[in-house]
Each structure stands twice: as structure tokens, then as C-alpha cells.
Design a protein around this ligand. Structure first.
Ligand code: K7E
Ligand code: RUQ
Ligand code: CUA
Length: 659
């Protein structure tokens, strides 16, 4: 032990083994302040022993054939998708198309994906898509993936995420890792911060409307932002994905979080000025955190204290309506950004952004605040000064917080209790700062393993850095981002791996692998994805699992086939020019990982069917001639032969099959 410790300290200048040596280090690094430090040290030691232990801490190395210990759900930013990476290897395992079109899986093109994309749109958006000739929204901006909770920890059911670009919220089913619900949020603009309720369970999914807009935003009011524009906070029912209620508030809503008690939720606010230019929006010295009182809001809804706007119940949570107790506005320094609840359930961290501070709220004081017994700022129990541009904070479950400094390009580890003590004693000390670690340029979000749950395990930290110049081979003017893996199992942070990522992960969530148990194949008895195809097949008297049929009804043609390596059950089908054709393909493989595809050349059509899945696509046969369809998922030695012909005749000509 002591030999390893010395080697670590001399080779990388760190004392990474401190946690494993059970506090033998002493001195500054011992952090005796944290209750549970020795329990955490035991956990750290066993975790280290069970993975590849290297001098100085954990190893990110995951050998060929070995599995990662954590699922990382990575947002895809303006690519609109969600990604799954393995941690600590940082290997990209899967991409889940959501708010985008995907060439491989046909997401955005298949009937199944379009049904999900278009199921919950506002009248206004339907009208817009129709007038624009768009079958669905082709893009999105996915920032914040978060898993559903039960009793303060991840339950492995769903992952939710926002689309800032087109005001949507999606849900991923974790048993199949596909989006099953997408809802557009009316009345709000720029759905940004997104968090699920932690307790007793999800429950609500809270979504922040970032920009201020006229409510309703239908052209009847356009001018006078100070009087007519508002930000809107939304609670969605995480089970049904229906919108439960909305609250109209003052100032732009940025990021949010929920407590561990099921009583309150929070949102940072910038632009309390209600400006419409950068200068106007950052003029005030102080903005605020809006606290939402869930019980009071639910009672307000029950009592009918709302306006129905665009079909949603909207309460008035503005400052002028404080008497109703729906909200409180806690002043914090100029333009706070990230909002993070500590895993002990006691604190909410509001990250200063334009202020070098993080403001710490004690959630145990909120009942008194709403009862009028104390003032807004009495809820603040610490305001440590950490450096320039604090954006987001993560936790290790041992009493430490890790905050990204966007301008300093650093990760700062600080001790929460020490920051609270310093604030209470009004001392000028900064001894709550444990360590500052240089990271790649402009870190935004950061995330620790299980760090937003009561089971925060303090193993790994990922810093999601916006800029990567110099870190990787130059790939032209557009660079990847740089997500950095940091070992936090010891006393000091150790940077161990740089990972390039395509546009533009903002946020990530790290879930212990044991929390998730995806299926190996689709379940034919649970056809939620292809229910529409199943219903149509029943009407046509077709059994999807055995199909090799062409049903003609006027100019509508429905083609049903199965895919079993190395053949489609139909080697060809015939249609007339102008026919509306629906092709429904069912993969009848029972073998894990045997995916087929259906690509129709010259028609912009490709879709994926994993084992036991059905996919369908509808198009108009607008080209005369012969067009091959083929399987685009390499499945068999005869994969190249897995193909067939669509024959498109002039109207009125005899079909080959009739001859
Ligand atoms: Cu900080 Cu959209 Cu989460 Cu980006 S937001 S960093
Ligand atoms: S062929 S094994 Cu398309 Cu080069 Cu692939
Ligand atoms: Cu089926 Cu390739």
C-alpha cells in the first residue's frame, strides 16, 4: 500500500490511493469532515479491487470482451439523438434516434417512428407541418437525459430528455432503448432544463421554458415583452406523458432539479430583467432561483385557480401572486445556470455562471419560507467562491461537490460542510476548496457515477468540455467535443481519458449497469411499437409472423413480408405508378443480434427490424421501372442475396403475375 501510494504520488503528483488506505493519509487530504468517509473508503477499495487497479486509483481500461460497470446516457445536442456509452471505457455503444432522422434505423421515415413523433403535437404545429409539406420535425436539440426515479434512485424504467429546438420532451423505454413517447409542450418556448421527480417516484417530469414569449403565442400579442412575455414551467406525468399543469413565472428559466422529499422543485432563472438583448438580459446584479411548491400547485389546480390555455391548465406563479404560495423567488447572483440537488437530500446548488460563486440552498428551510417565517435569503446556507464561470455541480456521496468552471477551464472539488461553516462564520477562508484540476477548454456539464441519486458512489466523474482543439488530430474547422473521464475514487481527482464526441453532448447521466436490464429481442406479445401495423394486418386478414401477401384496395397497396436470413418472404411485388404503397416487414429471427433491414433503392427508404420486430413504411410509387429492395444489415453469408424487386407498371397495363 505505502509503496503504491508513493509511486502514485511521485509519478503523477497525486495521492489517489487515499480513499483505499482508509484515511491513513492524514493532514489536509484526510477530509475528516465527511461523515461516512470510512464506509466510502471501503466501497472505493472493493470497487478498485474488482476492476483493474493501477497505482493511484481506478483504471479506465476495459479489455476485449469485458463489460463496462456503468451505462452513460449522453445527450446528442443538436444532432437530436441520445447515445449510450460504456463507462469507464467511454466506448460508444448505441445511438438512439429521437429528435432527428436516422438513415440506419429509418427513424423519422417509418410509420412507427412518425406515429411517435407526431402523436402529441399542438394544432399550431400540425398546421405548420402541413403548410410546409413536412411529414415531421426533422431536427432537435437534446440537452438533458435523466432516468426515472423510485425512492431517490434510478429505477431503470425510462430516460427522459428535452428538445430545446422544437419544445418537446421524449421518453426512452430502457427495456428496448427506443423512444416510445414524444410530447410537444404548448405555451412554453425553448424547453431547456429537464428533471424527473425523485420521490416517491417519477411522477412528474419537470420541463423549463427558457425563453419569454407571449402566452398564448398565436399572433394576437407581439409587442411589449415586459408586459406580455412570460416563461412557462411544465409538469408532465412521467407515466402517461400527458401535461399535468403549467406555471407562468417571471424571468427566463434555465436549469432545474427536484428535491429528494417530493415537496419542491427548483429552477435557476436568468434575465429577471425580461430583456430581449444580451445587455438588457444581464443588467441586474441579481437574478433568482424559482422554488415550486408542488402541493400548493396541486391544490390550486383542484380549486380551479388556473386558466386553460392551448388545452393546458396554467397557474399564475408570478411574483405578484406570492400570496398563493405556488412559488418563491430566492435572489442569487447574476445569471445562475446549473441547478443540482446533493445526494444527501439536503442542498440545492445554484451555479453562478457570471458570478464566481455557487449558492447553496438548504431544502429543510423551505417550509418556513413558504409559511412566511423566514426571508428568501435565509434559505441560503453557503455561497463559496470557486472560480470563473461555475456552470454545473456533481457529487461523490462523501460530502464533496465538483463544479465545472467554464471560463477557467477547470474542475473544482470542494467540501460542502466546510463551505457551509465558512458562510456561517462569515470567514474569508477558502479552505473548502479541496482541489482544482485543469480540464479541456470550456467544461459545461459534469456528471458522477450515480451522482444524482441517493446512491452516489464517488467512482468516476465526466467533464463535458465544449472545445477540443489540440486534444485530437485536426479534422477540419468543425471539431469534436472532448468528454474527459476523471477518477474521483481517491482524495484527489485524476484525469485518465479524453473522449471525442460529435455535436454536441451537453449532459450525461451515469447509471450502474445493474440498474438496467434491456431485452435481447423484441417481444411479439408487446407490440407497442408496431400496434398500427398489427391493427391494419388484422383488418386485411394477415398474420404478420407468416406474411407473404400483397393486398390491393383501389390505389392503396399493402405489402406484407417476413425477413428470415437470407430471404424476404416476397422475392418481388408489383404496383402501379401513383399507388400509395405500405411495406410491412417482420423479422422472425429468434437469434439475439440478428437484425435485418429493408432498403428500397431510389426511394429514400431504409428501415431496421431487430429480432422479432415489425417495421413499416408508406410511400408513393412515383417512378416507373424495376427497383431492388435489399437487406442493409449484414446478416448471413447470403446477405448480399437477400433482396427482391418492386416492379412499377404504367396504370392500366397487365401485371406480370396476371399473365
Ligand atoms: Cu449547461 Cu443546456 Cu444543460 Cu448545456 S445547458 S452546458
Ligand atoms: S460489402 S462485408 Cu458492402 Cu464491401 Cu460489406
Ligand atoms: Cu438480412 Cu442482411
Amino acid at each position: 500500500r505505502s509503496f503504491l501510494g508513493t509511486a502514485a504520488a511521485s509519478s503523477v503528483g497525486l495521492m489517489g490511493l487515499a480513499a483505499c488506505s482508509g484515511g491513513a493519509q492524514g493532514g489536509k487530504a484526510a477530509s475528516a469532515a465527511h461523515a461516512g468517509a470510512s464506509a466510502a473508503a471501503d466501497a472505493g477499495a472493493s470497487a478498485a479491487a474488482s476492476s483493474h487497479e493501477v497505482a493511484g486509483g481506478l483504471s479506465p481500461h476495459v479489455g476485449p470482451g469485458e463489460l463496462d460497470k456503468y451505462y452513460g446516457f449522453l445527450s446528442g445536442g443538436q444532432s437530436g439523438e441520445m447515445r449510450i456509452v460504456g463507462v469507464p471505457s467511454m466506448r460508444e455503444l448505441m445511438r438512439i434516434p429521437v429528435f432527428n432522422m436516422d438513415s440506419a434505423t429509418g427513424w423519422g421515415r417509418t410509420n412507427e417512428s412518425r406515429a411517435i413523433l407526431n402523436a402529441h403535437l399542438t394544432e399550431q404545429t400540425r398546421d405548420f407541418l402541413k403548410k410546409s409539406g413536412m411529414p415531421c420535425m426533422p431536427n432537435g436539440d437534446l440537452h438533458h437525459p435523466h432516468m426515472s426515479f423510485t425512492d431517490g434512485t434510478y429505477d431503470g424504467r425510462y430516460v427522459y430528455a428535452n428538445d430545446k429546438a422544437n419544445n418537446r420532451v421524449c421518453r426512452i423505454r430502457c427495456d428496448v432503448m427506443k423512444a416510445d413517447k414524444i410530447v410537444e409542450i404548448p405555451n412554453a418556448s425553448g424547453i431547456h432544463g429537464l428533471r424527473p421527480q425523485r420521490y416517491p417516484k417519477t411522477g412528474y417530469v419537470f420541463a423549463n421554458g427558457e425563453h419569454i414569449v407571449p402566452v398564448p403565442n398565436n399572433g394576437t400579442m407581439l409587442d411589449d415583452p415586459a408586459k406580455n412575455y412570460w416563461a412557462v414551467y411544465t409538469a408532465i406525468d412521467g407515466e402517461t406523458m400527458e401535461i399535468a399543469w403549467q406555471v407562468m413565472v417571471d424571468g427566463n428559466l434555465d436549469n432545474g432539479d427536484a428535491d429528494y422529499q417530493g415537496k419542491y422543485s427548483f429552477s435557476t432563472c436568468y434575465n429577471s430583467e425580461k430583456g430581449v438583448t444580451v445587455t438588457e438580459a444581464s443588467a441586474n446584479e441579481q437574478d433568482w432561483c424559482v422554488v415550486f411548491n408542488l402541493k400548493a400547485i396541486e391544490e390550486g389546480i383542484k380549486a380551479g385557480d388556473f386558466k386553460e390555455i392551448e388545452g393546458v391548465k396554467v397557474l399564475d406563479g408570478r411574483k405578484t401572486n406570492a400570496a398563493k404560495n405556488y412559488t418563491r423567488y430566492i435572489p442569487v447572483p447574476n445569471s445562475p445556470h446549473g441547478c443540482n440537488a446533493s445526494p444527501d437530500g439536503n442542498y440545492i446548488m445554484l451555479n453562478g455562471k457570471l458570478s464566481p460563486t455557487v449558492t447553496v440552498l438548504d431544502v429543510r428551510k423551505l417550509d418556513d419560507l413558504f409559511a412566511g417565517k423566514i426571508k428568501e435569503r435565509d434559505v441560503v446556507v453557503a455561497e463559496p467562491e470557486l472560480g470563473l464561470g461555475p456552470l454545473h455541480t456533481a457529487f461523490d456521496g462523501r460530502g464533496n461537490a465538483y463544479t465545472t468552471l467554464f471560463l477557467d477551464s477547470q474542475m473544482v472539488k470542494w467540501n460542502i460542510q466546510k463551505a457551509i461553516d465558512a458562510y456561517a462564520s462569515q470567514s474569508k477562508t477558502s479552505d473548502y476548496i479541496v482541489q482544482k484540476l485543469d480540464v479541456s477548454y470550456q467544461p459545461g456539464h459534469n456528471h458522477t457515477t450515480m451522482g444524482e441519486t441517493k446512491e452516489a458512489d464517488g467512482q468516476w466523474l465526466v467533464s463535458l468540455n465544449k472545445f477540443s482543439k489540440d486534444r485530437f488530430l485536426n479534422v477540419g474547422p468543425l471539431k469534436p467535443e472532448c468528454d474527459q473521464l476523471i477518477d474521483i475514487s481517491g482524495e484527489e481527482m485524476r484525469l485518465v481519458h479524453d473522449n471525442p464526441t460529435f455535436a454536441e453532448p451537453h449532459d450525461m447521466m451515469l447509471v450502474a449497469a445493474s440498474k438496467i436490464n434491456p431485452k435481447k429481442a423484441w417481444d411479439r406479445k408487446d407490440p407497442w411499437m408496431w400496434q398500427g401495423a398489427l391493427d391494419q394486418a388484422k383488418k386485411d386478414g394477415i398474420e404478420l409472423e407468416k406474411a407473404a401477401n400483397v393486398i390491393r384496395e383501389g390505389n392503396k397497396v399493402r405489402v406484407y413480408m417476413t425477413a428470415v436470413a437470407p430471404a424476404f418472404s416476397l422475392p418481388s411485388f408489383e404496383v402501379y405508378e401513383g399507388d400509395e404503397v405500405t411495406v410491412t416487414v417482420t423479422n422472425m429471427e429468434t437469434i439475439e443480434d440478428l437484425t435485418h433491414g429493408f432498403t428500397l433503392e431510389g426511394h429514400g427508404i431504409a428501415m431496421e427490424m431487430s429480432a422479432q420486430a415489425t417495421s413499416s413504411v408508406t410511400f408513393t410509387a412515383n417512378r416507373l421501372g424495376v427497383y431492388w429492395y435489399y437487406c442493409q444489415w449484414f446478416c448471413h453469408a447470403l446477405h448480399m442475396e437477400m433482396s427482391g424487386r418492386m416492379i412499377v407498371h404504367k396504370k392500366g397495363e397487365p401485371l406480370l403475375g396476371d399473365a
